[in-house]
Ligand binder design. Structure first.
Ligand SMILES: Nc1ncnc2c1ncn2[C@@H]1O[C@H](COP(=O)(O)OP(=O)(O)OP(=O)(O)O)[C@@H](O)[C@H]1O
Length: 455
C-alpha cells in the first residue's frame, strides 16, 4: 500500500483520562446480584438514556481523508485478479457517525478493512489523518476495528472479558479500583452492567456486538470502525460516542428510514465506486439535483441502494459516480465551504502538540485458544505476538514436562539404556526440546493455514 507518509505524525495521545473522580471504592469488581442469563436478558436498555462515557478523548477528534484507494485481490492460480475498489476518495469528518452503505458486494467491508489498516496487501492509494500521511503504528494506537463476526471469549463472563481487556490495555499504574471504574462506566453506558455475570456465549447478538464495542472502548479510541451494524440500539450508542469527540465509521446494509436518520454522514458505494458522500439529510437534494429524485414516501436509503444495484439502469450508477467525483466532491457536506484543506489541517494540529502520551500496556499475556480471537486482539493492540507465544509456552510447560518425563522413563528403561542420571537427563532434555520445537511448528502451521476444527 502506498502510504503518503512523508511526514511523521503522532496523534496517539489518546491517553486514558477518566473524568470521574471521587469514590474509588465503587468497583466493577462488585457485580450486581448473580442471576441467570435469561433473567439478565430480560432487563431493558435504552441507549438514548446513555449519558456518554465519563472518559472522553483527551485530544481533538481526527479528520480522515482517503485518496484514490484501490484494492485488488488474487483469485487463485491462473484465475487472475479482481479489483474491488476503483480509486475511491473520501473525507470522514470528526465527531461524526458515518455510514458506509451500498448493496451486498459493493466493497463496504473491504473499504473499512483498508481504512482501518486491517487489509494492506493489494491496496493502493493514501490515507491522511489530520492532513498528514497515516503512520500505521500510530494510527493503530488511536483506532480500533470491530469486525462483522464477534470474536469473544464465550466461556468468560462479561465482567471477566472486561477485566481481562482492562488488564491488557490499561496502564499498569492504574489500580484495580480505577480499572473497575472504567469497566463500570462502559458497561453502564452500554447497558451491559446487569449482564456482568452472563457468559459471552449466552449473550444475544446485539449484546455480543455491544460487548465487542465495550472491550475496545477500554483504551478510549478516537476512531472506531464497526463492520455491519444494523441494530438501532448499537447505532444510537455509536451516535452518542461519536458526538463526544470520536470518529465512528459503520458499514450498514439496508437501514430503515429511522436508523438512517441517526447517521450524520453517509458514504454510498456501488461496485467499488462512490455514489454519494455528504450529510444524511443532503441525500434527497443530491438525488434531486442529479435528476433522479427520490419518490415521495420512499425511504431515501432504500432508493439509493436500489439505484446502486442498477435497478434503474447502469447509466444512473455512472451518473452518480461522476457527480460525486468518486468521492472527491465535498459539496454535500453542510460545512463544505469551511472544510479545511490538508494544509489547513496541518496548521490546526501542529506536530508539537502530538506527543506520544499513550499509556503502556499492562501484563501483555493471555491465552486465547482461537486464531480468530488472537488476530483480532493482536490487531487491536491488546498484546504483542511475542507475549502471546511466551505465555502459551509457559502455560503448556508443566504438561510438556510431565508428558516428557513419562515418555522418557518408559522409553529409556524399555530400551535397556544404562541407568545413569547424566545420560537419562540428556535424553529427557532432548525429548523436551523436541516437544517445544514441535509445538512451535504446530503454531506456525496453524498460523499459515486456515485450520478448521470439526466437532
Ligand atoms: N479475498 C477475496 N477474494 C475474492 N473476492 C473477494 C475477496 N474479498 C472480497 N471479495 C469480493 O469483493 C466484493 C466486495 O466484498 P465486500 O465484503 O467488501 O462487500 P460488502 O459490500 O461488504 O458486502 P456485504 O454487504 O454482503 O457484506 C465481493 O464481491 C466479494 O466477493
Amino acid at each position: 500500500m502506498m502510504l503518503a507518509g512523508a511526514q511523521i505524525v503522532d496523534e496517539s495521545s489518546v491517553a486514558y483520562t477518566s473524568g470521574k473522580s471521587g469514590n474509588t471504592e465503587t468497583s466493577a469488581a462488585m457485580p450486581p446480584e448473580q442471576g441467570s442469563s435469561r433473567e439478565a436478558q430480560s432487563v431493558d436498555w435504552n441507549p438514548a438514556s446513555a449519558q456518554g462515557l465519563h472518559m472522553v478523548p483527551k485530544v481533538d477528534p481526527v479528520d480522515i481523508h482517503f485518496s484514490n484507494i484501490t484494492c485488488t485481490v488474487k483469485l487463485g492460480i491462473n484465475k487472475g485478479s479482481k479489483q474491488i475498489l476503483h480509486g475511491v476518495n473520501g473525507r470522514l469528518r470528526p465527531r461524526q457517525l458515518i455510514a458506509i452503505m451500498g448493496p451486498s458486494g459493493a466493497g463496504k467491508s473491504t473499504l473499512l478493512d483498508v481504512l482501518s489498516g486491517y487489509r494492506i496487501t493489494g491496496v493502493g492509494g493514501a490515507v491522511f489523518i489530520n492532513g498528514r500521511g497515516r503512520i500505521m503504528k500510530r494510527f493503530k494506537r488511536m483506532s480500533c476495528y470491530i469486525q462483522q463476526d464477534d470474536r469473544l471469549q464465550g466461556l468468560l463472563t462479561v465482567g471477566e472479558n472486561m477485566a481481562l481487556a482492562a488488564d491488557l490495555k490499561l496502564p499498569t499504574k492504574l489500580d484495580k479500583y480505577e480499572k473497575g471504574e472504567v469497566i463500570e462506566d462502559i458497561l453502564t453506558n452500554l447497558g451491559l452492567y446487569e449482564h456482568m455475570n452472563t457468559r459471552g456465549a449466552q449473550l444475544s447478538g446485539g449484546q455480543r456486538k455491544r460487548l465487542s464495542i465495550a472491550l475496545e472502548l477500554i483504551n478510549n479510541p478516537l476512531i472506531i470502525g464497526l463492520d455491519s451494524s444494523s441494530c438501532t440500539q448499537v447505532v444510537q450508542l455509536c451516535q452518542t460516542l461519536a458526538h463526544q469527540g470520536r470518529t465512528i465509521i459503520c458499514t450498514v446494509h439496508q437501514p430503515s428510514a429511522s436508523l438512517f436518520a441517526l447517521f450524520d454522514q453517509v458514504y454510498v458505494l456501488a461496485a467499488g465506486r462512490c455514489m454519494y458522500q455528504g450529510t444524511t439529510k443532503n441525500l434527497v437534494p443530491y438525488l434531486q439535483q442529479a435528476g433522479i429524485p427520490c419518490p415521495k414516501y420512499h425511504n431515501p436509503a432504500d432508493y439509493i441502494i436500489e439505484l446502486s444495484c442498477g435497478e434503474y439502469g447502469q447509466d444512473k450508477i455512472d451518473l452518480m459516480a461522476n457527480k460525486s467525483e468518486n468521492g472527491k466532491a465535498l459539496d454535500w457536506f453542510d460545512d463544505h465551504q469551511s472544510i479545511p484543506s490538508m494544509e489547513g489541517l496541518r496548521k490546526l494540529v501542529p506536530l508539537s502538540v502530538l506527543r506520544d502520551t499513550e499509556p503502556t500496556g499492562g501484563d501483555e499475556e493471555t491465552i486465547p485458544n482461537e486464531m480468530s480471537i488472537l488476530s483480532k486482539e493482536h490487531f487491536n493492540r491488546w498484546y504483542s505476538l511475542g507475549s502471546y507465544y511466551i505465555s502459551i509456552t509457559i502455560v503448556d510447560l508443566p504438561i510438556s514436562i510431565v508428558g516428557c518425563a513419562v515418555f522418557s522413563v518408559i522409553v529409556y528403561t524399555m530400551s535397556s539404556q544404562p541407568l545413569e542420571i547424566a545420560r537419562f537427563s540428556m535424553f529427557f532434555a532432548i525429548s523436551l526440546y523436541t516437544v517445544l520445537v514441535a509445538q512451535s511448528f504446530g503454531l506456525m502451521i496453524g498460523a499459515v493455514f486456515s485450520v478448521v476444527e470439526h466437532s
